[in-house]
Ligand binder design. Sequence first.
Ligand code: ACO
Length: 401
Amino acid sequence: VVDIRKFYAQTGAFTYDPGFTSTAACQSAITYIDGDEGVLLHRGYAIGDLAEKSSYMEVCYLLLNGELPSKDELAKFSGTITRHTMVHDQMSSFFRGFRRDAHPMAIMCGVVGALSAFYHDSTDITDPNQRLIASHRLIAKIPTIAAMAYQYSVGRPFVYPQNSLSYTGNFLRMTFGNPAEPYEVNPIVEKAMDRIFILHADHEQNASTSTVRLAGSSGANPFACIAAGIACLWGPAHGGANEAALNMLHEIGTVDRIPEYIARAKDKDDPFRLMGFGHRVYKNYDPRATVMQQTVREVLGELGVTDPVFDVAIALEEMALSDPYFIEKKLFPNVDFYSGVILSAIGFPTTMFTVLFALARTVGWVAQWNEMISDPEQKIGRPRQLYTGATARDYVSIDKR
Ligand code: ACO
């Protein structure tokens, strides 16, 4: 590892690294990935263990505090999050300013950014206590905002949080419930959703997390930083990939059409890529995809859904993984490949997929933002460039051009 600042000071050189493929922008103790081995650890704990044995609230605590909580610590933490689930009532009129058919991610960018206008009292980033309150507020309010975005898009009334439910159960009720009727949370769906949240909770310095850090490095308030992360996550190469993967599986439609799509993905004159395949860091099976594949089976079984898209997904994975192109380029299914199938079986429209990712990733963003602000080495992010424009030239007056 080269400390590039010392190297630069000594030699006057700098590195050109588009996409930051080999440049560490920070030190972090939160998440470890070994892309060649397909390993993902949060604070040292394997993602498979956390997904199987833990709850999303425990993982939130772990990411923020560095240790798994005791029973008492978890109860206290969950209680704190629960106390912050409501959003200011004026926010509902904010939602109504959007067109009914607005993409819920557009609503999320706007509404989350606007939280700073409602919670001035937690925007002093130099005060660790205020940072903690802002973190709790964000984790608690994101499900409420996401559910409101959904209910608004389908023309149904907002459902207020019911704090006797779990974080995930509460979110399901706010999303699919009706204020006038009781709502039974299906425990299998609740568990699956909680697991999906765990799988998306953090992923070290990906594009949206780096965006949050870069925005935060200027001292911007946490709500604005998380809104920046949400905007970045929206892109199809990042959080939008599960929506794109599911659309692709629907487009393929039947197993016999898979070879045609595999051929297109290999054709360098065709911009088409197999969505849900490949990853900047994993050059092995994405460990989150393994958990996701098991969860699909459980959810489809519980809900009695026989979705031909799942058969297409399984067959596509098998065919791609035995194809020399995908083997040579180390292209494996990523977390997004199966998540769309589960989310659509639960009842989410594709436009909500990235919203759910943003909801789950909020804790990672907040933990990384806090870590950055607490780092004495932290500086404002200011990438350099390799200039390729014109050299200095004389100004030509407009009548002579
Ligand atoms: N289908 C076909 N070929 C692919 C795919 C794919 N899904 N992904 C990469 N390749 C090929 C590229 O064409 C390139 O080929 P070349 O060497 O002949 O030029 C080679 O593999 C390397 O690809 P890069 O784009 O350079 O790899 P990078 O690490 O920059 O990209 C990315 C990673 C963006 C995820 C890419 O694999 C991709 O576009 N995948 C589809 C989108 C997707 O699933 N995104 C989700 C990422 S996970 C997440 O955000 C949670």
